[in-house]
Design a protein around this ligand. Sequence first.
Ligand code: DGL
Length: 260
Amino acid sequence: MRIGIMDSGIGGITVLREALKLLPNEDYLYFADTENVPYGEKTKPEVMRLVCEAVDFIVGQGVKAVLVACNTATYAAIESIRAKYSIPVVGMEPAVKPAVERSRNGAHKRVLVTATPMTIKEEKLHNLIARSDSEEIVDLLPLPGLVRFAERYCFDENEVLPYLKERLSAYNGADYEAVVLGCTHFIFYKDMFRRLFPPETEIIDGNLGTVRNLKRILTEKSLLNGGSGDVVFYSSGVKVEDAAILGGYKKLFERLDDIM
Ligand code: DGL
């Protein structure tokens, strides 16, 4: 059986790439909710409904586990999904803890958490920060424009860098020990974040931690292996067979190979 991976759009491809590396002997079903992207600019109840519908569809295809490769979707709906299904359900969480930890052991500089507007407003994120950040070193920045650029497959520095520079203009890069990419779409722009911060600033995402977590759970439940890295793609419930779209996905993997 396949592992289902879902996102509002192409962001989860960054997690799928990590999964293919760490769990190559699995087959995958990748679901992009292209009809409803972006999630991050919607209300929490709306996102919850969309994620539940998407997961109903994915589980209906007969998967052995679901990875919600979207921080926004995880915050909106992970409890509802876990309550409904008995198969393992793994979600994302902005990598606040490792970032604050790094800052504590480093020069005690600040941490910038970037995410979608919904995630930034979400109480769960504020609780996570309150638990890990006793010195109030965490700043929060929503970057909805990056999701829109990514969904247009726009990775052109001439378009994206001015947006990022403008959004970051109030922050002094040298103050930051770490920048958390709390949205899977943002990982496509890791190279641009690197250019806008000093070389010592770490740009952190939660992808590897999430896939390790999935591997641990599948191992515990003896659900590991049985595939060969085959991936089928769905766009909001429709199987993607169009060569141009599949070619676009391939280009995304190539971009990630270039910038990681
Ligand atoms: N990729 C998603 C995340 O990790 C959200 C993108 C969107 O706004 O749809 O939060």
